[in-house]
Design a protein around this ligand. Sequence first.
Ligand code: FUB
Length: 312
Amino acid sequence: QKTHGVLALICIGFSLIGFAQNPIIRNQYSADPSARVFGDRVYVYPSHDILAPEGVARKDWFCMEDYHVFSSENLTDWTDHGMIVQQNKVPWVLPNSYSMWAPDCIEKNGKYYFYFPSTPKDTVGIGKGFTIGVAVADTPTGPFLPETNPIKGVRGIDPNVFIDKDGQAYLYWSSRDIFGAKLKDNMLELDSEVKTLANLPSKGLKEGPYVFERNGIYYMTYPHVENKIERLEYAISDNPLGPFKVMGVIMDESPTGCWTNHHSIIEFKNQWYLFYHHNDYSPTFDKARSIRSDSLSFNSDGTIKKVIPTLR
Ligand code: FUB
């Protein structure tokens, strides 16, 4: 009796501080969650993993043809607002390339800018590989109108956008190293030289940068692979483009073998959260992933306490 009472109290406590039930999206595979607070809701823009359709996409690889957006007011009940961008409706994306990888979305002056990487039709000036484009909307759930061309000067995956307190926006992305540049006010063009961010690990940075600011500290957070599986780590700086100082681990490698992890970090109703992914619904195939969320907290010196993933 007493034990049940204690358990009930622990559960109520967990729900008050916002431990979500994991995985948080249960109607489809999802990965690479970019969470954002817009108004009084959290919106999540993930990749949408699907199983490769026979004959048109590589069976054993990542396969994505579109993006959905989800939102919640309590981090427990999630609404799927439906598809917002589809590969064959983006003028610059190579049709049926199934490579709509990790996106991000941000609000500026009442417009919502959705950044996503994919394989371009026209590889002149880009070469083989990915580039990054933008779709723009008047609300967080769309309709999003894709730009005709990708952003000039960007080659790589996993866009992340950060807007500083002075209104300056920065775009980050990966292509072995992590790169960053200022964005123009229109949020559609680079406004500076591309910088390779300094003093991050020299090996094992493949993807997934995510920048946020707290108490004047700029946190560059990223997955880092040393032994096949990605570990979420972070570095700090007093400038959004670095140089950075590597600080430590946010989340250890998955013990069950999902080799990618990709995350975002937000503050919502005075609590910080880490969004990330795992392959909960597809334990034997780690390209069909599911997004998760757990509380995250800081030590008094601004360092991040390691997050231990919660079970379902
Ligand atoms: O989802 C495809 C790729 O896997 C992402 O772009 C990476 O961050 C990794 O999660």
